[in-house]
Write a protein that binds this ligand. Sequence first.
Ligand code: DX5
Ligand code: ZN
Length: 217
Amino acid sequence: MKKIAPSILSADFSRLGEEVKAVELAGADLLHLDVMDGHFVPNITMGPIMVAAVRRVTKLPLDTHLMIEHPEKYVEAFIQAGSDMVSVHQEACGDLAVVLKQIKKLGVKAGAVINPATPVKTLLTVLDLVDYVLVMTVNPGFGGQEFIRSGLVKVQELVKLRRQNKLAFEIEVDGGINLSTLAEAHAAGADIFVTGSGIFKCPPYVQTLQQMRTRIE
Ligand code: DX5
Ligand code: ZN
């Protein structure tokens, strides 16, 4: 099933509970939470306390995207806070396989993320471990950036590798997803579409989500 995952990074944080409920009611499939530490990326966003607060107001699965150094130190806290999926960057992990196994052992879905400059081949040894691969289509750090098209080729490569190796991981795209880039990512074979400003800066949410849905069905 194709899934749309609003990223709360572009929501109004002073009304976060209402914003989360609004996208849930509008038909979101997942909620994407962007965790940034000011080291791996230049921006700082939220910690486990925020994930726990979101957990209290929604039943949607929480897709936590860790853009942090030493993610192995924090995955447990983010899972205890209520994450259902946790993804870590290939570029941030000394041993990616070890961190992915750590996440899976704690009972949630594990994702591996690659930046625009990181090739798919860096994931070859972990593809049989991951529940999903997140292909960044912007350089991580901020919402509202322009879609980087080379991510589409990576999505196609992953579709091919999944088929060749008879695997079942999902492919997620994140960054610069709006109505038109969503259609391109869908055509390339992506399964999960993260959208921050594409939804939160485009009210009414119901209408925007419906329009997005028509592009992927
Ligand atoms: C960027 C984050 C994205 C961001 C996407 O570092 O990982 O999830 O929220 O925002 P938009 O959809 O506005 O590019
Ligand atoms: Zn993200």
